[in-house]
Design a protein around this ligand. Structure first.
Ligand SMILES: CCCCCCCCCC/C=C\CCCCC/C=C/C(=O)SCCNC(=O)CCNC(=O)[C@H](O)C(C)(C)COP(=O)(O)OP(=O)(O)OC[C@H]1O[C@@H](n2cnc3c(N)ncnc32)[C@H](O)[C@@H]1OP(=O)(O)O
Ligand SMILES: Cc1cc2nc3c(=O)[nH]c(=O)nc-3n(C[C@H](O)[C@H](O)[C@H](O)COP(=O)(O)OP(=O)(O)OC[C@H]3O[C@@H](n4cnc5c(N)ncnc54)[C@H](O)[C@@H]3O)c2cc1C
Length: 645
């Protein structure tokens, strides 16, 4: 910040905690912090990675621009001999959805997780060196959620020792896979395996799509892009493909390992939610401290909008959620590592819980984050609607996360099946463990009473936990009892699916709250760091309690008076967090390049930069607009009317 006026300096001076230590907590470790900081600066200082004018480029220019950046990123990765961890951070900070996300995020993990040793030895070195570019081709025009309903077939021909991959209908065309439309040379294609005229369910097959010489589709394969998507720039940097297939190569792995890839990707999406959410919150928080409206006394300065309690009530729960998702994401990564080690040893026992947790938390965090980005846009008033705020593009890029890698409602129904199974086994030999261990105390949870008598009693983590556990247990048992009244359980499941989804949401919220509380039980150094995190944890939990008061009251988990006290405590927590708000978003350590927002600038110098940015719009290239002579001048001179008279 040398030589630059910091308009947010007063705000930064108010902080009551050690921001540098909080940066380490946010990053996860000092090593990750230092690595991320170095790579973020490297990307920000490279002119090829500049983000300007994405919103005004045509689809073709936008796409070519993305190819250019992806190629440059790869060049830098090779030149600087970056490690896998550094390379992945570099792609993250380049911040442009591209085929490389799918190559590294799905194609490589699918091979690692599902291919045999021999197949890995053949394909992984090529993929690691980007001598082939891959995508994940599961979804078809006719089926996405219903994976078992995919129509593409892979028929083994013993004569040629080949699989014949065939899309027999229009609806069996692979439709949506990222990177497939224009770039990928290979794909992991999901198809129904047929051998000796017998079907063996859906499996993944590595298929070469394009020639490695001239990039033309191989014989029998038709490929293209599926067309413009939501938002102008945003996700249109990505080619999403459609293809119909001919012939291919081979594979044969257990069904559970196919699931492993989805568990992996959903886990990364939870971590990504905390990134997208913290980015939007950083923009809205900094701008809320810069923006002033009303409240001027005797010609003095007006009130910073961040000081309005309504602004705090909308913004601070989002700030708290960003931290909450960060910690639950860390835990989920641990869970995934654990389940992977077990799968490798042929132990599938923890897969159902890992599936329920990744599916549920993917759903909860992406739904919340997409809504929160839009709320941050509104928190920035009119200027939030400008592309230069960074928020419209962030929303457009982020919102499909509610759909891809499993529609969020479909995923919550998976959690519901797991919950109902858990309830049905209560009282049997099989004791609930892990995230459902609380169900083991169901008798207590069905009749316990919340002890809160005054607002501060809500600061006790055990009180919060028990209220959340009682709410979830009671909702789950109530819906399980209703289900039991149906002669046909599947019919009952369909009929009661809205209640089941609500119970699943409650269960997932409980996981996030409990993982935040567990985080606070760790040794966290730095002046005031733990205290601030404690406040954020309480805001996260009490805000949910306030927003879902109906659940807590209807299950008798708390009384109306206790609900009202929770809200009093929330307001008090907002006042305590307020002086720390800017420092709490500084702890995300985002560069201005990554934020891509005039409103969220580190120095808070918003107005001159907004003005400057506006002049860069192509519409301002000429003072008199194109079309003036054809359409405006004739109107003004009444030439059209005179012509008619
Ligand atoms: C690229 C990486 C992403 C990184 C994110 C970072 C973002 C950075 C910035 C963003 C920019 C660009 C990146 C964008 C990337 C987008 C990539 C998108 C990719 C995709 O969308 S790929 C396609 C994904 N498709 C789906 O997820 C389909 C959803 N459907 C299903 O998963 C399943 O079919 C189902 C869960 C609905 C189940 O259906 P059902 O028919 O009932 O069940 P079955 O299949 O028969 O299974 C029954 C039993 O199996 C259990 N089960 C199901 N799924 C799993 C699982 N995943 N793991 C373990 N077990 C599973 C199920 O519970 C049943 O068990 P039971 O018999 O009851 O014991
Ligand atoms: C940007 C983007 C990128 C993508 N990238 C890829 C990729 O790289 N590779 C790939 O293979 N796929 C990809 N997809 C596809 C994606 O995985 C699917 O769109 C997703 O799984 C949802 O499936 P669907 O489109 O069939 O939705 P549908 O299942 O048709 O959903 C439509 C509606 O029906 C509801 N619904 C469906 N089933 C049920 C049920 N059983 N009970 C209650 N309600 C139900 C849903 O909640 C939703 O409201 C991508 C999608 C997008 C948007």
């Amino acid at each position: 910040m040398d030589g630059v006026v910091d308009h947010l300096a007063d705000e930064r001076n108010k902080a009551q905690f050690d921001v540098e230590e909080m940066k380490i907590v946010w990053a996860g470790s000092r090593h990750v912090f230092e690595l991320s900081d170095r790579i973020a600066r490297l990307v920000a200082s490279d002119p090829v990675f500049r983000k300007d004018n994405r919103a005004t480029l045509s689809r073709k220019d936008l796409f070519k621009n993305t190819l250019r950046k992806a190629a440059h990123a790869w060049k830098r990765i090779i030149e600087l001999r970056l490690s896998e961890e550094e390379a992945s951070k570099l792609r993250f900070y380049v911040d442009e959805a591209a085929f490389t996300d799918l190559h590294w995020g799905m194609f490589v993990p699918a091979i690692k997780g599902q291919a045999t040793e021999e197949q890995q030895q053949k394909w992984l070195p090529l993929a690691y060196k980007m001598q082939i570019i891959g995508c994940y081709a599961q979804t078809e025009l006719g089926h996405g959620s219903n994976v078992q309903g995919l129509e593409t077939t892979a028929t083994f021909d013993p004569q040629t020792d080949e699989f014949d991959i065939h899309s027999p209908t229009l609806t069996s065309s692979k439709w949506w896979p990222g990177g497939l439309g224009k770039v990928s040379t290979h794909a992991v294609v999901y198809a129904r395996l047929i051998t000796d005229g017998q079907e063996h369910g859906v499996h993944g097959f590595i298929v070469q799509l394009r020639s490695l010489d001239d990039h033309l589709p191989l014989p029998g394969i038709t490929i293209g892009d599926i067309g413009m998507k939501f938002g102008n720039g945003a996700y249109n940097t990505m080619d999403n493909g459609v293809t119909r297939n001919g012939k291919c190569v081979r594979s044969n792995v257990p069904r559970q390992l196919i699931y492993g890839t989805m568990v992996f990707v959903r886990q990364t999406i939870v971590s990504d939610a905390s990134c997208a959410l913290s980015r939007a919150v950083c923009i809205a928080t900094r701008y809320s401290a810069v923006r002033r409206q009303f409240g001027s006394q005797n010609g003095g300065v007006e009130t910073q909008v961040i000081d309005y309690k309504t602004q705090q009530n909308r913004l601070f729960p989002l700030l708290a959620a960003a931290y909450a998702f960060r910690f639950v994401g860390e835990w989920l990564k641990w869970l995934y590592t654990d389940v992977t080690q077990r799968l490798q040893a042929n132990d599938f026992s923890t897969l159902p819980e890992a599936h329920a947790c990744t599916a549920g938390l993917k759903s909860l965090t992406t739904t919340f984050t997409a809504d929160a980005i839009e709320e941050c846009r509104k928190l920035c008033g009119g200027h939030g609607y400008l592309c230069s705020s960074g928020l419209p593009e962030l929303f457009a890029v982020y919102v499909p996360a509610c759909t891809y890698e499993g529609d969020n409602v479909v995923l919550l129904l998976q959690v519901a099946r797991f919950l109902m199974k858990t309830v049905s086994q209560l009282g049997s030999e099989k004791k609930p463990v892990g995230t459902t261990a609380y169900m083991g105390r169901v008798e207590h949870l069905m009749q316990c009473r919340c002890s809160v008598q005054k607002a501060e009693d809500w600061l006790n983590p055990n009180t919060i936990l028990e209220a959340f556990e009682a709410r979830t247990a009671r909702m789950s048992v109530a819906v399980a009892q209703k289900l039991a009244q149906f002669a046909n359980p599947e019919e009952g499941f369909l009929e009661l699916s809205p209640n089941l989804v609500e119970a699943s949401v409650a269960h997932c919220q409980l996981i996030v709250v409990s993982k935040f509380i567990e985080k606070l039980q760790q040794d966290i150094p730095g002046k005031g760091v733990k205290e601030l995190l404690g406040m954020l944890c309480n805001i996260y939990a009490l805000n949910i309690l306030h927003k879902h008061l109906g659940d807590f009251l209807s299950t008798g988990s708390i009384t109306p008076k206790q609900g009202s006290l929770a809200n009093d405590q929330l307001r008090s927590l907002y006042s305590q967090v307020r002086p720390n708000a800017i420092a709490l978003v500084d702890a995300f350590n985002y560069t201005d390049h990554y934020l891509g927002s005039v409103l969220g600038r580190y120095d808070g110098n918003v107005y001159p930069k907004l003005y400057e940015e506006a002049w860069k719009d192509p519409l301002n290239d000429s003072v008199v607009p194109d079309g003036y002579h054809e359409y405006i001048r004739p109107l003004l001179k009444n030439q059209l009317r005179n012509a008619r008279l």
